[in-house]
Design a binder for this molecule. Structure first.
Ligand SMILES: Cc1cc2nc3c(=O)[nH]c(=O)nc-3n(C[C@H](O)[C@H](O)[C@H](O)COP(=O)(O)O)c2cc1C
Ligand code: SF4
Ligand code: SF4
Length: 590
């Protein structure tokens, strides 16, 4: 079903770049991320790896999801240290109607959001804009003290779904072709580079934005379809391919045993049919063998991604759809178990210690600062993250993850990821395990890590106060700013002269908010910040379609004007006073 009003309206390249210049100069932040949260490489510890043969400076990045859809999201991840970007899944249906809310990170993760909410052409533009902005920021002198002189290589990895008919349609084919050679898109966008970055207007941007793909197989995708799509992507587009596998490969009985009995999530209701519909373990093993030799014969690279989310019934009733998809801590245990089982079933196949295979394992399941080192020690590369970045701190959680990994490596004298993997393998073997994945799995299921993954370690709810959220004033915890994957929230100090409660005021950039619900989950006050805080529009047509409160900020002379939706005119003076005081309005309009 098509939307009357699109859920997201991306900001043009010139607005995004001008905002960077202004925000950095006036607040030492970019898209609300303070410089203290940027990743500066440790000169002693090399965190680089090869993604299907392409160099990337760190083994961490956003998983296909809300953090890799809009250009500003991708730039935020890069500032924070991500160097492998699994871009939001693109598919033929590009006017999806997703029920809201669609993200629930209250404890472990649940979501019902499964592909891009932009038109395919807009997705292409977002990825190319992000590519250009990162190339510009890599060379931007003011950032050097915070990022170092050499920010290292990064990789954009496409994600496509969900069936061969869609993937081979002219629409998706055109997207892939344009990602392989984005010269037209780059030249179209180049004139929008504003004067603040004028020195970079003639930059020789690489035109091959992405030449790898992670195939997002939908729950229930038949094995023959997975095989055909993978071969098509290799043959028709010359891509190296990673196939995303589902945790249902472990079988209904094993998943029940792990999730409900060993980890204590008895209230999570599994759907037996979804296990029957999905790829079965033996067929999965045969599929990996077949695709591995198919790729090898054609000089292509092939890998698997562990894992997709787990289909569960919507027992909470918070999300707008049923079923919903589980991520986070329990998925980490399932994906690790699946890795261990696949390594045992297919010896010498995977690129992990002791096996010397060539099938790369990308890992995306409940990665946090606490388990990144163990995950990397299992041999997986890269690790991509979604749920953890939706918790308070947001993108700012990436740099501490990398610092912890570097510290753990340094502590045992490992200065490259290879030596860290060897160290972890030796430790696991010395303790009698099959390998590092086996050791990590046992520690989580019955050993000293169990309490972290068990229900009892994941029951704590976000803090709440007994106060109804209002448009002006709140406890000013800043959570809505950091948990929003789209950077739709920003804050400004309350001018001393103003008679409104609170030392900071919070605003929503309505065009960047798809009403996912994540800020509502973490807001300590009662109410939905995305609906209650002033909604700021920059796009007159989006503003014209608004039926509730909203304020259009439009350029006028050297400043701007503010227009309120009906019934909210009395708040315009307040907004103007805040936007003109202290830090000032953060987004240059022209
Ligand atoms: C809100 C949300 C949206 C997601 N969207 C996609 C998607 O578009 N395509 C996809 O292949 N996976 C999607 N995923 C799955 C993630 O890429 C990732 O594999 C999964 O969440 C496990 O990682 P995590 O435990 O770190 O969240 C999404 C996950 C979440 C939570
Ligand atoms: S402002 Fe809130 S509801 Fe809107 S996209 Fe951000 S987190 Fe989601
Ligand atoms: S709106 Fe809610 S989440 Fe945002 S700063 Fe105020 S209290 Fe915190």
């Amino acid at each position: 079903m098509a939307h009357d009003v699109p859920p997201l309206t991306p900001f043009p390249l010139d607005v995004l770049l001008r905002r960077i210049a202004l925000e950095f100069e006036t607040r030492n932040r970019i898209y609300d991320l303070p410089t203290a949260r940027y990743w500066k490489p440790d000169p002693d510890v090399d965190l680089s790896f090869e993604f299907l043969g392409r160099p990337a400076a760190t083994p961490v990045g956003p998983a296909a999801g809300p953090h890799s859809q809009l250009a500003q999201n991708i730039v935020l991840s890069w500032l924070a240290g991500a160097r492998l970007f699994e871009l939001k899944t693109v598919q033929i249906i590009d006017d999806l109607e997703i029920a809201r809310p669609c993200i629930d990170m209250e404890t472990v993760g649940f979501n019902t959001e499964w592909s891009q909410e932009l038109k395919i052409g807009e997705s292409l533009e977002e990825y190319v804009k992000a590519w250009m902005i990162i190339e510009i920021l890599k060379r931007w002198e003011p950032l050097r003290p915070y990022l170092g002189r050499d920010t290292g290589p990064f990789v954009f990895d496409m994600s496509v779904g969900y069936d061969l008919a869609g993937i081979s349609s002219p629409k998706v084919e055109g997207f892939i072709t344009a990602m392989l050679d984005a010269s037209d898109e780059i030249e179209r966008l180049r004139p929008l580079i504003p004067d603040a970055f004028g020195a970079m207007r003639d930059l020789d941007f690489g035109t091959r934005v992405a030449d790898t793909v992670t195939l997002s197989t939908f729950h229930g995708c038949p094995p023959d379809e997975i095989e055909s799509i993978t071969k098509y992507l290799m043959d028709h587009h010359g891509l190296d391919v990673i196939v995303k596998l589902n945790p249902t490969l472990l079988g209904f009985g094993r998943v029940c045993e792990i999730v409900q009995q060993q980890l204590g999530y008895e209230h999570i209701r599994l759907n037996r049919q979804s296990f029957t519909d999905d790829l079965q373990f033996d067929r999965g093993v045969a599929l990996i063998e077949e695709l591995r030799s198919y790729a090898k014969a054609r000089g292509r690279r092939f890998g698997v991604k562990l894992t997709n989310t787990l289909v569960v019934e919507n027992h909470k009733g918070f999300l707008g759809d049923d079923p919903m998809y589980l991520s986070g801590a329990p998925l980490h245990v399932l994906a690790t178990t699946l890795l261990d089982e696949l390594i045992s079933a297919l010896p010498n196949t995977f690129m992990v210690e002791g096996h010397d295979g060539d099938v790369q394992v990308s890992f995306s399941a409940g990665i946090t600062k606490e388990n990144l080192s163990e995950a990397i020690g299992m041999g997986v590369r890269p690790t991509t993250v979604c749920s953890d970045l939706l918790k308070p701190g947001g993108y700012g959680r990436i740099a501490p993850m990398l610092s912890r990994l570097a510290d753990d490596m340094r502590a045992v004298g490992a200065y490259s990821l290879q030596s860290w993997r060897t160290h972890e393998w030796n430790v696991a073997k010395a303790a009698g395990f099959r390998g590092a994945a086996h050791a990590h799995m046992v520690a989580m299921l019955s050993g000293d890590l169990n309490s972290i993954y068990h229900l009892t370690g994941n029951e704590k709810l976000p803090r709440h106060v007994d106060h109804n959220l209002e448009m002006w004033g709140c406890v000013a915890c800043n959570f809505c700013v950091t948990v929003c994957p789209n950077d739709a929230f920003f804050r400004l100090p309350t001018p001393k002269s103003m008679d409104v409660p609170g030392r900071q005021q919070y605003f929503v950039l309505a065009e960047a908010c798809n009403e996912c619900g994540n800020c509502m989950v973490f807001c300590p006050e009662v109410g939905d910040p995305a609906q209650i805080k002033p909604k700021i529009y920059l796009d007159p047509s989006r503003f014209a379609a608004t039926v509730d409160q909203g304020f259009l900020v439009a350029p006028s002379g050297s400043g701007f004007t503010i227009t309120a939706s009906e019934g909210h005119e009395s708040d315009v003076t307040r907004l103007a006073e805040i936007f003109h005081a202290d830090e000032g309005w953060p987004i240059p309009l022209k």
